[in-house]
Design a protein around this ligand. Structure first.
Ligand SMILES: Nc1nc2c([nH]c(=O)n2[C@H]2C[C@H](O)[C@@H](COP(=O)(O)OP(=O)(O)OP(=O)(O)O)O2)c(=O)[nH]1
Length: 123
């Protein structure tokens, strides 16, 4: 059984928030993390975004079917809107707001690319 990693596409004023994961296999990703036992995707998304960015969010629609990250992990991505706060750089090396037309899949982690496409084409 793969463990689910939840990525959150936080959208504000038409822009989507991306976090940079450094390293040789690095790239832009959606803030988020592993869903813990007993948690729903939505609960994990709320917890991770609170921990990583000090933001309160409302989780919205799924951006499509899951994508394999590896044998061990599978990525689910949801849209979300901010209920309170401004993103704080706590765990990531860099945060950036992208307009949909600025999104370039090749700068993103491989598993994220179909979701990036969905964000660019499905407004
Ligand atoms: N958070 C996040 N992780 C992603 C995305 N795409 C993607 O391939 N991953 C991968 C990177 C990691 O190998 C894996 C787990 O993510 P994580 O945020 O829990 O990773 P981590 O290893 O830095 O965290 P941790 O165990 O130290 O808490 O998922 C994404 O969009 N967001």
């Amino acid at each position: 059984m793969q463990q689910i990693v939840v990525g959150v596409a936080v959208v504000r004023d038409g822009l989507v928030l991306a976090a940079y994961r450094p390293g040789p296999e690095g790239g832009w990703e959606f803030p988020g993390g592993k869903v813990e036992p007993g948690e729903t995707d939505e609960q994990a998304a709320v917890r991770e975004i609170r921990e990583e960015l000090d933001l309160e969010i409302k989780v919205g629609e799924s951006l499509g079917p899951g994508e394999d990250i590896s044998e061990a992990f599978r990525l689910h991505v949801y849209r979300a809107v901010i209920v309170a706060g401004d993103p704080v750089l706590r765990e990531h090396s860099e945060l950036r707001w992208f307009a949909p037309e600025e999104l370039d899949e090749s700068d993103w982690l491989v598993a994220d690319r179909p979701f990036v496409r969905a964000l660019r084409t499905r407004r």
